[in-house]
Write a protein that binds this ligand. Structure first.
Ligand SMILES: NC(=O)C1=CN([C@@H]2O[C@H](COP(=O)(O)OP(=O)(O)OC[C@H]3O[C@@H](n4cnc5c(N)ncnc54)[C@H](O)[C@@H]3O)[C@@H](O)[C@H]2O)C=CC1
Ligand SMILES: O=C(O)[C@H]1O[C@H](OP(=O)(O)OP(=O)(O)OC[C@H]2O[C@@H](n3ccc(=O)[nH]c3=O)[C@H](O)[C@@H]2O)[C@H](O)[C@@H](O)[C@@H]1O
Length: 482
């Protein structure tokens, strides 16, 4: 029986390995992590991450050919293929701080693999890493020269949260990069044979290591760039009376552009887009390509602009101050169908409103109070470190309350900010919400999920991103200078 071990039982390691175990009953898969609480959760009825369809897949395989363990060294030593899917956060200190990838966790995993290995292994980069990381990893793996051979492969992951199981089951493509030597190609073939259990041959793309590493950063940069492009248009739509949904529809009808990923929003979030673009920017700078670096930097800049533009709309609409006013925040996760809050636009929007002394009442169907308080107390970039290293007692803020119901959140509020596109926000009883709010009652829809005209008929003043403006808002200042 082939043995696979995956280091890192997070959003990528957990679901990816569960899918391999599900599709390959003759392969034994062990997912290991230094976080004992995370491993315990994977072995319990309440998995550590919320992902539609994941529970069913785990239930079928767990205890048969899928195992979760904190005995990292033992399982790494026994495996023939070792995936590494650990955190690669943005560096907060030292050389490249605020841009470069922090490879601390990767390096410590690689050193451990080198130390405990007694047989040849294929080591697979599953984490998103800077291009040329495989070269550094090779050096670490071979440093103690025990006569063991390691082949490094790059096999970046393209799943999106909320649709991880669907994406893993029917991937657009699986990328495998390897050395162009006979041993390298043998390793590529071995990993390809795993995916070939369920992925059609024409969707498994093999290439050189550096192309595979860079393709992952490039794909995320292109995706994020589409969102910043449509968000930049949304500002112009508001200034001109055009409707961003209509513009995006017209643009997306061009088959060369395509319709997906053109939804204007309060800004993209998630653990990777910003981190990976900053990393790309840093690599460009290191290679003397400052014009290319500046081009990609703008994608992050427009995203920050979009978030502050939203806060500005809220504050300026409400008589230029939200001090002491209750603002309901509906949705805190970075997108619907996940409980993940990493880099969610909600953090920056809440910080903006708290800075203007608002009283926030926050509701999200999947995010706990502890997580929300922790996120709002944390420094930039600190969130992307292993869970057990994160601060455990977030500072309580009297300006924040977290509730478990949208009606409770909006009761006696002056304004409502919709920051995640959860389906339930489309069908709330807005008549009831209006009755229980202070007047004038405002709705700021950062995800364009509500029917603005219907809400205006009820009596709300409504702002929707990139849509023709409410007469109340029309003559107010639109954006902060940047
Ligand atoms: N979250 C996502 O949707 C995607 C993430 N990625 C990339 O995958 C990588 C992992 O991301 P996530 O799974 O989201 O992170 P995560 O934070 O959910 O999981 C990483 C896990 O690695 C563990 N870990 C760290 N160092 C370790 C070590 N030395 N030994 C054992 N365990 C260790 C941590 O305790 C943590 O549980 C990142 O590079 C990310 O950029 C790629 C595609 C999608
Ligand atoms: O490397 C990663 O981590 C992953 O990053 C993204 O996946 P994810 O961040 O999970 O979710 P997306 O669906 O891409 O959404 C990212 C953010 O963009 C926002 N978004 C997305 C699409 C859109 O049209 N408009 C928009 O504002 C979402 O609300 C969310 O905040 C990519 O889609 C994955 O392919 C990639 O593997």
């Amino acid at each position: 029986m082939v043995k696979i071990c995956c280091i890192g039982a997070g959003y990528v390691g957990g679901p990816t390995m569960a899918m391999i175990a599900f599709k390959c009953p003759e392969i034994e898969v062990v997912v290991v992590d230094i976080s004992v609480s995370r491993i315990n959760a994977w072995n319990s009825d309440r998995l550590p991450i919320f992902e539609p369809g994941l529970e069913e897949v785990v239930r079928v395989c767990r205890g048969k050919n899928l195992f979760f363990s904190s005995d990292v060294e033992k399982h790494v030593a026994e495996a023939e293929i070792v995936f590494v899917s650990v955190n690669t956060p943005t560096k907060t200190r030292g050389l490249g701080a605020g841009k470069a990838a922090d490879l601390t966790y990767w390096e410590s995993a690689a050193r451990m693999i080198a130390d405990v290995s007694k047989s040849d292994k294929i080591v697979v980069e599953k984490s998103t890493v800077p291009v040329k990381t495989a070269e550094a990893i090779e050096k670490i793996l071979t440093h103690n020269n025990k006569g063991i051979h390691f082949q490094i492969l790059s096999n970046p992951e393209f799943l999106a949260e909320g649709t991880a199981i669907e994406d893993l089951e029917k991937p657009d493509r699986v990328l495998i990069g390897g050395r162009e030597t006979a041993e390298g190609q043998k390793a590529v073939a071995a990993l390809k044979a795993v995916y070939a259990h369920w992925v059609p041959d024409d969707r498994i793309i093999t290439m050189n290591l550096w192309s595979a590493e860079l393709s992952k950063l490039a794909a995320n940069a292109f995706l994020a760039q589409r969102i910043s492009s449509v968000n930049a248009m949304s500002a112009l739509c508001e200034a001109t009376g055009a409707d961003v949904a209509e513009v995006a529809y017209a643009v997306g009808k061009d088959s060369r552009i395509g319709p997906r990923f053109l939804n204007a929003s309060v800004g993209f979030g998630g653990s990777c887009f910003q981190k990976d673009i900053l990393n790309l920017v840093y690599i460009c700078e290191c290679n003397g390509l400052s014009d290319v670096a500046n081009y990609w930097k703008q994608v992050v800049h427009i995203n920050d602009y979009q978030k502050s533009r939203f806060v500005n709309r809220v504050v300026s609409s409400m008589f230029n101050t939200v001090s002491g006013k209750k603002i309901a925040v509906l949705g805190f996760a970075f997108k619907k169908d996940t409980g993940d809050t990493r880099e969610t636009a909600a953090i920056d929007v809440c910080h903006g409103l708290l800075g203007d002394k608002a009283q926030l009442s926050i509701y999200d169907p999947q995010v706990t109070e502890d997580q929300i308080r922790r996120d709002l107390a944390m420094n930039k970039f600190d969130w992307d470190h292993p869970q057990h290293l994160l601060p455990s007692s977030p500072t309580a803020s009297k300006q924040i309350s977290v509730v478990w119901d949208a009606y409770e959140a909006t009761k006696n509020a002056h304004g409502v900010c919709i920051l995640t596109e959860w389906d339930e926000f489309k069908n709330l009883d807005y008549d009831k919400i209006y009755q229980n709010m202070e007047k004038p009652a405002f709705v700021f829809d950062g995800r364009n999920v509500v029917d603005a005209e219907k809400l205006r008929k009820i009596g709300f003043i409504v702002y929707s991103v990139g849509k023709p403006l409410d007469p109340w808002i029309k003559d107010l200042p639109a954006a902060p200078s940047s």
